[in-house]
Design a protein around this ligand. Structure first.
Ligand code: SF4
Ligand code: SF4
Length: 110
């Protein structure tokens, strides 16, 4: 399951450098995957939409692996001072699917 950031985010920026997949972006910023740049309104390659935020830090679901293979627990949730990095019910995935996503990102580039 990918994580998501709720509107309780205080924009402290602590989570962004902790993500091993570069899945976290500042509100309003474009995001990247496999050398391509995406912005507001662009769906992710998986078809995911609705995750981009103009106001708060956000997580790209195609890039979040719950920190699978890198860490024992989601690092964004571990460092967030207001506990607003939570499981995203719209992007539920099994451990096997998360491991496949790690391989996908290894090949495509983060
Ligand atoms: Fe990045 Fe891990 Fe947070 Fe997902 S759970 S956004 S991979 S730090
Ligand atoms: Fe927002 Fe939490 Fe990230 Fe700070 S650590 S930017 S409060 S999600």
């Amino acid at each position: 399951m990918a994580l998501m950031i709720t509107d309780e985010c205080i924009n402290c920026g602590a989570c962004e450098p902790e993500c091993p997949n570069n899945a976290i972006y500042e509100g309003g910023a474009d995001w990247e995957l496999g050398g391509k740049t995406y912005g507001e309104g662009d769906p992710a390659p998986s078809g995911a939409t609705g995750f981009w935020s103009a106001d708060f830090f956000y997580i790209v679901p195609d890039k979040c692996t719950e920190c699978e293979t890198f860490h024992d627990e989601p690092q964004c949730a571990a460092v967030c001072p207001v506990d607003c990095c939570v499981p995203d019910p719209n992007h539920e995935e099994t451990k096997e699917q998360l491991q496949e996503k790690v391989k996908y990102l290894d090949e495509l580039g983060r």
